[in-house]
Design a protein around this ligand. Structure first.
Ligand SMILES: [Zn+2]
Length: 420
């Protein structure tokens, strides 16, 4: 390893730090940020390549650390979680060659690589390449880390049918909720919720929050706090009638999962894989809104109404549980508007398969700024700016109509609007 190369890199970094950013526009900064992130990820991959060899040479011990995780913590300033991620990656370089090559070439980010290596480490050595290959495909297809984590877990669950049950048993044992003491008017609440409990909490507070008003200056965290306050007050009879059933959780399950056969696991809110026992418990409680999907994950339904029905919205909400903007967005599906991919004005049907849920911000980009979403034959999707030749909404006259509130949930939920 030439200290010369790293020395040259250090000079480059120093030059970057000396650069005046005043003259840079948003477009230029966008390009620079993406490139910098890409380079940081590739440097991480290089550090991990060296860590593997360092461990082989008993480097951590020679540097006075009992193991590589402790070395990364104390000599390199990493927190324990990130240190473990790097050691897992360095130790799987030989067993996961495709992932290693993709990370070194910068085709997947460090976080994506860490998630895949973690998933592969959860199954038997012979099965690791299966997890590696399938999860890598998803990462190369653009699955962002949080989504990739759940999708990788679903792959792990297909390979090892018991893993979700084991996870669930562990989560059940570890479940806790601690309400601390009141200190100067604030109380710290901490705990480990089971997935289902957390899904109820999120769905209930999302539904209570609704989309943010223009002149609401509370932060998202403050709004969630206030919605929990309102829910609890109503539950204790301190307000107007408690609207039970307003919040809604959804499970997407292939038929094989309902029948307890081998295959992909059921997904809570269309995202988080759950065990068979968990699926059956939910089914028995009768709180399920079922979405039947075919072998390709598509639900088949069509109609010719302009407005997406509550059932169609539930189908769409079950796909990702969030706004479906191709660049990625975390806003919950309950806050989103139904959008026709093939525009309604050009004969696009009002079917879940032709609909996408977009949050107010992203729907605004389509409605007001002329962005469009294309779906390509290979299944990939892309958001195209106004004026792009492939933009499907180019030249269309958009017509917005006054809309009635329609709920995603089983009773009155936050108002949702539709436009083509
Ligand atoms: Zn969005």
């Amino acid at each position: 390893m030439g200290a010369g190369r790293l020395g040259a890199l250090e000079v480059c970094v120093r030059d970057l730090a000396a650069e005046n950013l005043d003259g840079l526009g948003a477009g230029e900064l966008d390009v620079q940020l993406r490139l910098l992130r890409h380079l940081v990820d590739r440097l991480e991959a290089e550090a991990i390549r060296r860590l593997e060899r360092f461990e082989m040479l008993e480097g951590p011990r020679r540097a006075g650390a009992p193991n590589p995780v402790a070395y990364l913590q104390h000599q390199c300033g990493l927190d324990v979680g990130p240190a473990v991620q790097r050691v897992v990656l360095s130790r799987s370089r030989e067993t996961l060659p495709a992932l290693t090559a993709a990370a070194l070439a910068g085709r997947v980010s460090f976080d994506q690589a860490a998630i895949i290596a973690q998933g592969a480490a959860e199954v038997d050595v012979e099965q690791a390449p299966v997890v590696e290959q399938r999860a890598l495909e998803l990462a190369l297809g653009g699955a962002y880390p949080e989504r990739l984590r759940h999708l990788t877990k679903a792959i792990v669950a297909e390979v090892d049918r018991e893993v979700l049950s084991r996870d669930a048993r562990r989560a059940h044992t570890r479940r806790s909720l601690h309400i601390g003491r009141d200190i100067n008017g604030s109380v710290r609440v901490e705990g480990l919720l089971e997935s289902e409990t957390a899904a109820y909490l999120r769905a209930a507070t999302d539904a209570e929050m609704g989309p943010r008003d223009k002149d609401d200056d509370r932060t998202a965290l403050q709004r969630r706090h206030d919605s929990l306050h309102n829910l609890l007050r109503r539950a204790l009879g301190g307000g107007a009638g408690f609207s039970a059933g307003r919040a809604h959780i959804t499970v997407v399950a292939p038929l094989s999962a309902m029948l307890g056969e081998d295959g992909p696991p059921a997904l809570l809110q269309g995202l988080v894989p759950i065990s068979r026992e968990h699926l059956h418990r939910l089914a028995e409680q009768g709180t399920l809104s079922a979405t039947l999907v075919d072998a390709n994950g598509r639900e088949v339904y069509s109609g010719k109404a302009r407005r997406f029905s509550a059932a169609k919205r539930r189908s769409m909400a079950a796909r990702t549980g969030t706004c479906e903007w191709p660049g990625g967005c975390d806003r919950p599906a309950e806050w989103c508007d139904g959008h026709h991919v093939d525009p309604y004005a050009e004969g696009g049907v009002t079917a879940a398969a032709n609909g996408e849920l977009e949050c107010a911000f992203h729907h605004g980009l389509i409605e007001r700024e002329g962005w469009g979403i294309v779906r390509r034959p290979d299944g990939s999707r892309e958001a195209l700016p106004p004026g792009h030749p492939e933009n499907p909404t180019a030249g269309l006259v958009e017509f917005a109509e006054a809309s009635l509130p329609v709920a995603v949930g089983s009773a009155a939920g936050p108002p949702l609007t539709d436009t083509g």
